[in-house]
Design a binder for this molecule. Structure first.
Ligand SMILES: [Zn+2]
Length: 356
């Protein structure tokens, strides 16, 4: 029987937060130091006897002795074999498994590690650059983002100039070629390599485990084009499989019993900042079937809060067709000012607050 290589299994395990997986079957309670406890689903447990340690990627029941890694949990709980459990976990975390029979080579495993390390490095660097730019700071103020929110979502700034991040990454031991592979630099026509993102506000796009795997870069001045520039797809980033903000909102969605689906990065962040935390954005693409499948693991109820214009209305109608087959019941929220003027969610929450 064809099987996934050890490198793939390890990579998947590393990218998976075991608490997120177990939480989908058993409610977890925090027990300090980033650990969790729950009632053990493998014996008739009346007190929380099971410990879950996301840092080590393991669970252990101190009453009945059940324990192991994330795959073991899914196998035992869902009565799956190992291969099915691996596929289930991969699907739950948005991890791209290789075609069976085409095992992940050490080169691909290395590329994944590289993409992850470079994007994390870039995210921190962009966040540090923002306060150095008066223009970027002013822009952030007009969008009403607090300092805390900005850091929480790793909103940063890619400065003007072709080699800002290139030279910082070089100091950290990364070659220009590696930056191209990670989607952070581009080859120029004359053969040189330059930063991909320049003079843009940077939104860090995280996978479900909260690791930065890509960026969305927005212009600060309206007349510049394109308005948004996104990372290309890489070994870790498939844009049709990642929802912006889900890494932050994933525990809030089951609590709220619904998800609020918006179109833009700022819509997502503004609503979250205002206290509507069960919110995710479809950014850089239309909602895909894969997105809908991922959302359906958290809730069966979605509020589509799209822009009030014609394009937003059409996007909402398309989205309905995608979420219905996944058993998600959609409701469209059409926002407007008292005078009937259409308004987007970001401006609405800034003008009227979260309770409105
Ligand atoms: Zn037990």
């Amino acid at each position: 029987m064809a099987f996934y290589s050890d490198e793939v299994i390890q990579e998947l395990k590393q990218q998976t937060n075991i608490a997120d997986i177990i939480q989908q079957f058993v409610p977890l309670k925090r027990s300090g130091a980033g650990r969790f406890v729950c009632r053990c689903p493998f014996h008739n447990d009346h007190s929380p006897s099971m410990n879950v340690n996301p840092q080590m990627g393991i669970y252990k029941c101190f009453a009945c002795g059940a324990g192991g890694d994330v795959f073991k949990f899914v196998m035992e709980h869902e009565k799956m074999d190992f291969k099915a459990a691996v596929e289930w976990v991969a699907s739950a975390t948005g991890f791209q498994l290789p075609e069976l029979g085409a095992p992940v080579t050490p080169e691909i495993a290395e590329e994944r590690t590289l993409v992850r390390e470079l994007n994390e490095l870039a995210a921190d660097w962009f966040v540090e650059q923002l306060p150095k730019s008066e223009k970027a700071l002013n822009y952030i103020r007009t969008r009403h983002l607090s300092e805390e929110t900005r850091h929480f979502f790793k909103v940063g700034y890619a400065p003007e100039g072709r080699e800002g991040f290139l030279s910082y990454a070089a100091k950290n031991g990364f070659s220009p070629r590696q930056l191209v592979e990670a989607g952070l630099a581009v080859e120029r026509e004359n053969g040189g390599i330059a930063d991909k993102f320049r003079d843009r506000l940077m939104f860090a796009i995280e996978n479900l485990s909260g690791k930065v795997v890509a960026f969305g870069g927005r212009v600060l001045e309206k007349q510049k084009k394109p308005k948004y520039l996104n990372s290309p797809e890489t070994a870790l980033y498939k844009k049709g499989e990642i929802l912006y903000g889900l890494s932050k909102a994933k525990n809030e969605i089951p609590k709220a019993g619904s998800v609020v689906l918006v179109e833009g990065y700022f819509d997502m962040i503004s609503l979250y900042q205002a206290g509507v935390k069960n919110v995710v954005a479809v950014s850089g693409t239309a909602l895909t079937e894969k997105h809908a499948e991922i959302l359906s693991r958290y809730t069966k109820s979605a509020y589509l809060v799209f822009d009030g214009d014609e394009a937003g209305r059409k996007a909402a109608l398309r989205t309905i067709e995608i979420v219905l087959p996944e058993g998600i019941v959609p409701k469209i929220v059409a926002l407007s000012r008292p005078n009937g003027e259409k308004i987007d969610p970001d401006n609405f929450v800034n003008e009227h607050g979260a309770s409105a």
